[in-house]
Every structure is written in C-alpha cells, then in structure tokens.
Unconditional design. Structure first.
Length: 81
C-alpha cells in the first residue's frame, strides 16, 4: 500500500524502486512523520479534493475515486445533513 496521495507524483528524478515503497511526505527525513501515521489530503484552488492518501481512504472509509474532485464537506458529511 502506498502512502502517496492519489493524484500526487514522486519528486523529479526519483526513478528508483524505493520511490514506489517510500512514504509520501513533504517533511524532511527524520521528522515526526516518520513515526506517526497521517491521513492526508489536499484541496485545489476551487476547494475540491485533489489529492487523497491511502491512509485517508483507510481512516475515513472513502476511496480516492469517491473523494477526488468533491467538496470536502460533501465527501465527509452524511448526505442527510
């Protein structure tokens, strides 16, 4: 399972097999994110979800294909609300 958010790409020049197994993060190696599990997502300029990690899918129970492109409130809140 990759921790790279859906829609994200590996850093430029990172063409090794280790890139596929690496944890996606924007923090330097040795940071606290090496020791904790983080569910991550990001929003585009229109406020829609444009990146969704496997851990976000696991934590929220929403697969990337159902989260990407949606308003986060609509993705997280039950439809009746």
């Amino acid at each position: 399972m990759s921790d790279m958010p859906a829609g994200a790409v590996p850093p430029p020049g990172d063409d090794t097999d280790a890139a596929n197994a690496a944890v996606w993060q924007s923090s330097p190696p040795g940071s606290i994110y090496d020791y904790i599990r983080v569910a991550s997502f990001s929003l585009d300029q229109d406020g829609r979800i444009d990146q969704w990690s496997d851990r976000a899918a696991e934590f929220f129970g929403i697969p990337a294909e159902k989260a990407l492109g949606r308003d986060p409130v609509a993705a997280f809140a039950p439809p009746q609300l």
